[in-house]
Design a protein around this ligand. Structure first.
Ligand SMILES: [Zn+2]
Ligand SMILES: [Zn+2]
Length: 148
């Protein structure tokens, strides 16, 4: 079966002269256009990506570099992991609550969250000061991660 979605997309978009976005002119859901492709209703930008770029890798999301959800210009689309997509939509903090800069070297992952290493070192130092006998085994457990 020939997929005529490419023709349907071309017939229903208008190119934005400034951004170059292919703006979907038909109905949208949550800002995303929908088009029938191979008998199934799909998101226009995902269908366009498949048609002009290729099949996205399983589990990858199609992200708009132009941030225009109604756009389906393949040049404005990029496949990203869901995590990247989420970070782009909601950029991570640049500093922790106590003002340490969250550089890649100063961040570690704990239970899926980005935590500040400098704070952890401070906590451990404070704990050792409060428990001077920790090396001798008087107390055997290191402090638990504090819930932020
Ligand atoms: Zn665009
Ligand atoms: Zn910190």
């Amino acid at each position: 079966m020939i997929d005529t979605a490419a023709l349907r997309i071309k017939a229903n978009i208008e190119t934005d002269p400034i951004t170059g976005c292919w703006v979907w002119q038909r109905s949208t859901t949550g800002g995303y256009g929908r088009v029938r492709s191979n008998g199934r209703l799909g998101l226009v930008h995902r269908v366009a990506y498949r048609l002009w770029v290729g099949e996205p890798i399983d589990g990858m999301q199609i992200d708009h570099l132009c941030r225009n959800r109604a756009c389906c210009n393949p040049a404005h689309l990029e496949q990203v992991t869901p995590i990247v997509n989420q970070l782009r939509a909601c950029p991570p903090l640049t500093h922790c609550r106590r003002g340490h800069e969250l550089t890649p070297a100063n961040v570690y992952k704990y239970r899926g969250r980005r935590e500040c290493k400098a704070c952890k070192i401070d906590r451990q130092r404070a704990w050792r000061e409060a428990n001077p006998n920790w090396r001798t085994g008087a107390t055997s457990t290191m402090p638990k991660e504090e819930a932020a």
